[in-house]
Every structure is written in structure tokens, then in C-alpha cells.
Design a protein. Structure first.
Length: 497
């Protein structure tokens, strides 16, 4: 069977290398890098502890063997994700094959995942998407085989892997119902022993998913409890800024389409076809149809989280589950020009590849500026070295870069945050005043690329443009100016930065 999945895995590896992020990745990747070096769990949700502490172990090995410094630690984390990408693809193939029993169908399903624009983009970033999907796919494969062949060890190990995937990225928890659904759709007769085994699997899942977080929170290790509640407060502020409404469904469906440009429009037809073929199964739900529907529900349920309007990568969550369902439909659609099943399969592969190349090309074009900003993080240290190590800087979109370089020990700079850390113009002015009264030097990066010209962050840009009316500017470099107090009589004077 390796002849079927190995070429797709190789393709996934090639794409990950070709489109690898120019630096670590999204701001989350910078945060994870700092946390892995600390080491310390993330304040987000359940702490992503398996991901962070695995990276910490890798860093210790690289540092011990090769003397790699902290400034290059992100390379270890990023390329470890690159290496996981083809393994994840192979596991998706096994999952699809177990569900359909057909090599061609499994290969088509795997292509739908491997060529997803979001999968390609995040295969080259030090983020949790690919590691979580890998653990999720492994857990589903092992658990399904345990249920299918009544293997206790497989069932418990599969539940453990599914729980671990939650601790890597919490969205995998949306698959928790599968622990109860799988025995039913695989035709189990629920004896006392089997009910006990299912409950034991649920316990194992919960321990793997929640016990690490519960330990840190209840014992308040490294002051984790207050830090976590700070994240909760920040999330509440972000939710107020980006309220969840039915109108957000347009963003969800757009990102859903980008993640699965072929699968989304074909899903209704695939569901109907699978339903008609499932008459011999309990509740007319075959394992293929039941898991596929669970994947669709998982994606659609993400509308309850405000981030769905900002982050399309969340739509990868359900893709491994419903891709086999859509693949089973595509393989059955034989064009008239196809002389046999092999030619029909080749046509489907060409069709999938063409559609994904077109959509992926558009996505990468739109993402070019974002990727350029990622590269900017790596070079931003040159600007920071112009400042005193304890300086305070207002850096707009580069605030994350400042926090990153401080986090890995390159300086002690502080930022007056933007985005989630911005609380209005009065707060901004008062914060600058407070730092100046403390004798701290405050700087502003006036680089236009760092400041939004539209959207919800435009308010911050406008507040920055009014700072010259309140503070005196002293130019330090082409883009950086130092702020100082104006005399009371000259408060109304100033010039635009």
C-alpha cells in the first residue's frame, strides 16, 4: 500500500519546503518559541503543553549537540513541523482506507488534504495545526481499528492519542463524540464489558486532554493561574471587538472553501450518496458517513468563536474526517471520456490538482504581505539595537517582534501594545506619560508598513498620528523617533510623524 500514499507524502514534503515560512510563522509561532525556550505552557485554553514541551526537548538536544543559540531555535521547531507534514498525510491515507476499503478513494481523500492551501501554508510554520492533525489522524486510525477488531489496547491507545491532540490544539476536542459514536456505527452490541471499555476510553481521553492543564492551574505553577485569567480577560475584550453574529458565516464559508475548494460544494451530494448506500448500517450511518458528518459539524460549530473571522486555518479541523466522504463520491463520478477506472482516477487527480493550484495561487498572492511581515520579524532586531536595552517602543504590527526578541533574551525592551493590548487614545497618552515620568525612554516606529490603514485597527493609527500634538519628537533613525514631554505652552504644536 505504500506505493499509494508515499508519492502524496513526498508531494506534501516538497510543498512544505517550497512554501516554508520565511521566519517562524504567525505571531502564535513566536509565542510558542519563547515558551518552549522558557519552558512554560501557553496561557491559551489548555496550554498546548505537549507541543511546547516536545519543542523544548528538541531545543535542548539541538543546543547540546550543535550549540545552537536561542535566536535560531525557531528553525528546529519549524522544520520539525515540516517533517511531520508527510507523516500526517500518510496517516490520513490510512484513515481514509480504513473507512472506504479502496486505495484510489483513500488517495483522492489524501490529496484533498495535502493540497489544501491552509495545509500547505501551515506545514512550514512552527504552529500547532499539523502536529495536532497528525495526533488526531493517528488517534482515529488506532481507535477505529480497536473498535472494528475489538482490541482493547488499540481502543485505549487511540483514546490517548485523541486526547493528546486536544492538548496540542483544543479544536480536536470536537471529535470527542466519536468515542461514543464509533462503537454504534461499527455495529457493537453494548454489553456491560463493552460499555465499561468505552467509559474507560473516555477517561483516558479526558486525562490526556485536560490533566496537564488542571495540574498547572490547580497547583498554580509559576503563577500560571493569574496568567491564564489574564488571557481570559483579553479574549473577552477581543470577543466584544469582534462579536459573533450570523453575518460571520460568510467568513466561515469563505475559509471553509479555501480549506476544501472541491469538498465544500460536493459535500451535500456526498452525504446523500453515502446515506443511500448505508441502509445496512445502524441508523443508516456507516463509519464513513458518521465521521464525515462529525467533521462537517466540527467546522461549522467554530462559528461560536470570534477568531473564525480572523483565522482561516481553523477550517483544517474537520478536513481529515469529511475528505474520505467526498473522495468516495469523486471516484464514482466517471466522465464519459474515461475508458476505464484508471483513466477516471487520473482525471479526478488532475481535476483536484488544478482546482487547488488555482485557489492556492490566489491565497498565496493575498498572503504575500503577511508572509513578508513574518520575515520582517527576523530583521527587526537591527532596529531594536538602535535603542537602549530597557527602552519602551510603540511598534504597531512589530510589537510581537519586540516581545519575541525580548523573550529569547536579546534585550529588555517593553512595548506599548497595539491590537488586543490597545485600550483607546486616552490610555495611550497616559501610558506614555507614565513611562516618561519614570525616567524611561519611549520610542515610536513610524514605518507606515506597521500601521493599519483600514479595518478595526485604524483607530490606533489615527491616535498615533495625533501624538505630535502632545509630545516632542526626536529622530533616531529613518523610521524611529524618541518621544519627550512638551512644555505646557507648546502642547498644541507638533508635526505628523
Amino acid at each position: 500500500m505504500w506505493r499509494w500514499w508515499l508519492p502524496i507524502s513526498a508531494l506534501a514534503l516538497i510543498l512544505a519546503i517550497l512554501f516554508v515560512d520565511p521566519y517562524a510563522g504567525d505571531w502564535d509561532a513566536l509565542d510558542y518559541t519563547v515558551l518552549a525556550l522558557a519552558p512554560r505552557p501557553s496561557s491559551m485554553l489548555l496550554g498546548r503543553m505537549f507541543f511546547i514541551y516536545t519543542n523544548n526537548a528538541l531545543w535542548r538536544i539541538a543546543h547540546g549537540l550543535f550549540g545552537m543559540d536561542a535566536a535560531h531555535a525557531y528553525l528546529v521547531f519549524k522544520y520539525f513541523v515540516v517533517l511531520q507534514s508527510p507523516v500526517c498525510v500518510a496517516l490520513v491515507w490510512l484513515l481514509a482506507y480504513d473507512l472506504t476499503g479502496a486505495r484510489r478513494t483513500a488517495s483522492v481523500a489524501t490529496l484533498l488534504v495535502a493540497l489544501s492551501p491552509f495545509y500547505v501554508i501551515y506545514s512550514g510554520q512552527a504552529m500547532t495545526e499539523i502536529p495536532s492533525l497528525l495526533a488526531l489522524a493517528a488517534g482515529l486510525v488506532i481507535y477505529n481499528r480497536g473498535i472494528k477488531f475489538n482490541r482493547t489496547g488499540y481502543i485505549l491507545l487511540g483514546a490517548l492519542m485523541l486526547g493528546a491532540s486536544v492538548n496540542i490544539r483544543e479544536l480536536a476536542a470536537l471529535y470527542a463524540p466519536w468515542l461514543l459514536i464509533a462503537p454504534l456505527v461499527y455495529g457493537w452490541r453494548l454489553t456491560r464489558r463493552k460499555i465499561g471499555l468505552i467509559l474507560a476510553a473516555c477517561v483516558v481521553f479526558c486525562v490526556a486532554a485536560f490533566a496537564p492543564f488542571a495540574t498547572w492551574y490547580l497547583l498554580d505553577l509559576q503563577g500560571y493561574r493569574a496568567w491564564w485569567h489574564g488571557w481570559v480577560a483579553s479574549t473577552q475584550a477581543e470577543t466584544a471587538r469582534h462579536p459573533v453574529t450570523l453575518a460571520n458565516f460568510r467568513f466561515l464559508l469563505l475559509y471553509f472553501f479555501i480549506a476544501a475548494p472541491i469538498a465544500l460544494p460536493l459535500l451535500p451530494f456526498a452525504v446523500v450518496g453515502a446515506w443511500r448506500r448505508s441502509s445496512r448500517f445502524a441508523f443508516r450511518l456507516s463509519p464513513l458517513l458518521a465521521l464525515g458528518l462529525l467533521g462537517v459539524v466540527a467546522n461549522l460549530s467554530l462559528i461560536i468563536h470570534y477568531s473564525v473571522v480572523l483565522n482561516g486555518r481553523y477550517m483544517l479541523t474537520g478536513l481529515p474526517a469529511f475528505a474520505p466522504l467526498v473522495a468516495s463520491l469523486l471516484v464514482r463520478l466517471r466522465p464519459r471520456s474515461a475508458r476505464n477506472a484508471r483513466h477516471a482516477f487520473a482525471f479526478v487527480v488532475l481535476f483536484i490538482s488544478t482546482c487547488h493550484v488555482v485557489v492556492g495561487g490566489i491565497v498565496l498572492t493575498q498572503a504575500a504581505r503577511t508572509l513578508a511581515n513574518h520575515a520582517h520579524t527576523g530583521t527587526y532586531i537591527a532596529r531594536l539595537r538602535l535603542l537602549p536595552e530597557d527602552g519602551v517602543i510603540i511598534a504597531g504590527a512589530a510589537s510581537v517582534s519586540v516581545n519575541y526578541w525580548r523573550g529569547i533574551g536579546s534585550g529588555k525592551w517593553e512595548t506599548i501594545g497595539t491590537g488586543g493590548g490597545y485600550y483607546g487614545e486616552a490610555w495611550l497618552n497616559q501610558t506614555i506619560d507614565d513611562y516618561l515620568r519614570q525616567g524611561r525612554r519611549v520610542f515610536l516606529d513610524t514605518d507606515p508598513k506597521l500601521w493599519a490603514t483600514r479595518g478595526w485597527q485604524l483607530e490606533e493609527t489615527r491616535a498615533i498620528s495625533r501624538l505630535p500634538a502632545r509630545f516632542r519628537f526626536h529622530r533616531i533613525s529613518d523610521t524611529i523617533v524618541e518621544l519627550s514631554q512638551k512644555s505646557a505652552g507648546r502642547r498644541s504644536e507638533g508635526q505628523q510623524p
